[in-house]
Design a protein around this ligand. Structure first.
Ligand code: SF4
Ligand code: SF4
Length: 92
């Protein structure tokens, strides 16, 4: 989703390609097409498209992905102002 952006250069998303087996699950679950295959492994092709929902990291069987949900999510940040940190979420 190239038109989607929260904040630039703040996503905590990290991928360890050495661990990746190329199963494609991260590509299937990511709502913003942040990953693509490169040389039979996942690669981050649109890091600023990441909304830090955590779906990729939660579903990767090799624990090759890490992300801190909500750190760079503008929705989460705004909700912390309105609802407080305990009730804010990065569900978008
Ligand atoms: S889910 Fe994990 S192992 Fe599978 S392609 Fe993505 S990074 Fe690689
Ligand atoms: S955290 Fe969510 S939006 Fe970001 S790359 Fe993973 S699945 Fe995609």
């Amino acid at each position: 989703m190239k038109n989607f952006r929260y904040l630039e250069n703040v996503s905590t998303l990290l991928l360890n390609r050495d661990k990746c087996l190329g199963c494609g699950i991260c590509m299937a679950v990511c709502p913003h097409q942040v990953f693509a295959f490169q040389e039979k492994k996942a690669a981050i092709i649109d890091k600023d498209g990441c909304m830090e929902c955590g779906a990729c990291a939660n579903n990767c069987p090799e624990e090759a992905i890490t992300v801190s949900p909500g750190v760079g999510c503008a929705s989460y940040i705004i909700q912390t102002w309105i609802k407080g940190k305990d009730k804010a979420s990065c569900e978008c």
